[in-house]
Design a protein around this ligand. Structure first.
Ligand SMILES: C[S@@+](CC[C@H](N)C(=O)[O-])C[C@H]1O[C@@H](n2cnc3c(N)ncnc32)[C@H](O)[C@@H]1O
Ligand SMILES: Nc1nc2[nH]cc(C(=O)O)c2c(=O)[nH]1
Ligand code: SF4
Ligand SMILES: [Mg+2]
Length: 226
């Protein structure tokens, strides 16, 4: 009897993502501020917001395969995980990463600029959607169709630099009735808009939105990996 050599199974290339850093910190933003969290920061962003505090993630980074990312995250033994960047959705493998983190039992959130479609994001992930304000210089990139995809627990964030941004954010939140779909966060651009001034504007206008300060910067200043 002739024995035929079996063809080796085709090798499926492992998903790999370009990573700037994976670190353990206190969640500084959004509804879980204060909760110990692991951050996975993906490299690269197609936007250039004027105030961006993470320009060091635009370039560089190292490719890491998905299983290695999962074990680096697991090593921190922490339930909450935030995938951020750069713009995480700019890498196709981000979708698989998000699902794999959920499958591993983590409570996962995604920080995204709102410029890319969130439709394919795993339903188990909390979406923190930034709507870029005029002073960011990237307002034209906002994908408003994303607002129709928000689910309970999701958050919409406006980072504000001045009064014109504030007025625009109030009007935009009203026009799209965002508060009925998600928690609305108003955050001062760090060092550019005084937080107390923003708080006074919000109180004067009786806004039912949440003031968000970047807790990690109050704790440690503006340093990478925090
Ligand atoms: C660095 S971005 C990464 C995720 C995504 N690219 C985005 O813009 O949402 C994470 C969050 O930090 C916010 N952020 C960046 N620079 C900031 C600053 N100087 N002050 C306050 N928030 C800032 C962004 O608006 C965004 O909500
Ligand atoms: N501590 C801490 N909390 C954060 N929440 C969102 C962050 C981000 O850069 O997306 C961030 C960050 O960079 N550090
Ligand atoms: S989208 Fe996010 S990472 Fe990109 S420039 Fe704007 S704030 Fe920075
Ligand atoms: Mg940050």
């Amino acid at each position: 009897m002739t024995v035929h050599a079996q063809a080796a199974p085709a090798k499926v290339p492992a998903v790999r993502l370009k990573i700037t850093e994976i670190f353990h910190s206190i969640q500084g933003e959004g509804l879980t501020a204060g909760v110990p969290t692991v951050f996975v920061r993906l490299t690269g962003c197609p936007l250039r917001c004027s105030y961006c505090d993470t320009a060091y993630a635009f370039t560089g980074g190292e490719y890491v395969e998905l299983p290695a990312i999962l074990s680096r995250v697991a090593a921190f033994a922490t339930s909450h995980v935030t995938v951020t960047g750069g713009e995480p959705l700019a890498q196709a493998g981000c979708l698989e990463l998000l699902s794999a983190l959920c499958d591993a039992g983590h409570q996962v959130s995604l920080e995204t600029s709102g410029a890319l479609d969130v439709a394919p994001v795993d339903r188990r992930v909390v979406r923190v959607l930034d709507l870029k304000t005029p002073s960011s210089g990237e307002c034209a990139r906002n994908l408003y169709a994303n607002l129709d995809l928000l689910q309970s627990g999701d958050q919409v964030k406006f980072v504000l630099t001045d009064r014109a941004d504030y007025d625009w954010a109030v009007e935009t939140a009203r026009r799209y009735d965002i508060a009925s779909r998600a928690c609305v966060l108003f955050s001062p651009a760090f060092g550019l808009l005084d937080a107390a001034t923003l708080a006074d504007w919000m109180l004067a206008d009786r806004l039912p939105f949440r003031l968000q300060l970047q807790l990690h910067k109050l704790l440690w200043g503006e340093v990478p990996g925090r």
